[in-house]
Ligand binder design. Sequence first.
Ligand code: BGC
Length: 440
Amino acid sequence: MKKNFIYGAATAAYQIEGAYNEDGKGVSIWDMYVKKEGVIFGGETGNVACDHYHRMKADIALMKEMGLQAYRFSIAWTRILPNGIGEINQKGIDFYNSLIDELVANGIEPYITLYHWDMPMALYNQGGFANRAFADWFAEYAKVVVENFSDRVKYFMTFNEPQCIFGSFQGDNRAPGIKVSLGEAIPMVHNMLLAHGKAVDIMRKYAKQDIQISYAPTGIFGYPDTESEEDIEAANNCTREGVFDLTWWSSITWYSDPIMFGKYPEEGLRRLEQYLPKGWEKDMEQIHRPLDFYCQNFYDAKRCSAKKGYVQEKVGGKRNSDNWVITPEGIRWAVKFLYERYKLPIYITENGICGHEWVSDDGKVHDQFRIDFIKWHLKELEKAESEGVELGGYFHWSFMDNFEWALGYKERFGLVFVDYQTQKRTIKESGYWYRDLIKG
Ligand code: BGC
């Protein structure tokens, strides 16, 4: 990769922090959701998770040991604004201040995600995304964030994976775990986009330096079955629009086009315009807040053929422990298609693989599969770069094993192993491999 490409790792507050009810933190939808019978594997919660809230300095020392150049983390909204708006909790601000100070002191660039799925319960009770006022609540939160942290933090992301947020009100097993009609859900997404736009304005206004703002979507990615023009177009179409899926709302363009171009994509409007809230056109100008850099979370992709639609992966092909296919070639095409459309340098803000590894008798965690996974994806990114795509960096998901939402602690995604009984950390072989790669 070119010289200024940055290598980092990512986490999210609810997945690692624990301390769910300490030092004045308010209640989030995830704090509530995990209490529901039968929704989380093993009945687990993020109440303690990796206890990062109390072990933050030691965790950053591990990042330093691994040579991470950047760290993407999210802020727990309820830690700094327990009710979502209004009263500020100074202890929450103090925690993130010392986290940021520690990163800076160790030469690690902080990247902040504002919303990684843990909406304040107090705001959810007032309708959450369904309430148009959500955009103002989010902007208020964003203001508190930049006022307190932007003197040292330059990079911000508003929402993590709006497609999955949408899924969480379309019946996915994720907080708040509801299933509403499209007529209710599409306006919720619209309000989320409006929240992005309003937050960007307020962040630029109150920031203490020239900050860079983005967001971190996911999507359905296609890569071509053969390199024929038709298959490439089929793959591009799938990536843009999720055309082969009924879940059209998982597409990239439904979210990114309004932000980047100030309009919903045509195909999307054809399918979903009937569900948009009255007067939606008037919001487009406020939603249209082009990003400074483009982020993309990437896990897997679908092989696409012009003739056959999705092509089944081969029986017995490579899969992770949760049965997701391993498709490194997909990342090359994803960044090509995205760069072609949005013309901004692209950062992979999540990419990773889960497994069921353990600490062996030699004291090491032998996760060769993860090394292969990272190597293969970076190779494909290198190809894309040589084909003219501008890339900014790569954040591995995740820095350490953590609470994997509905899967509880069943799946491990980290470069660092966490023993949840003792909270002992062990850098995995992949973590050392990543260190050497960064050094090199
Ligand atoms: C999310 C992470 C999650 C990861 C692995 C992404 O969808 O942003 O929070 O842990 O995927 O499932």
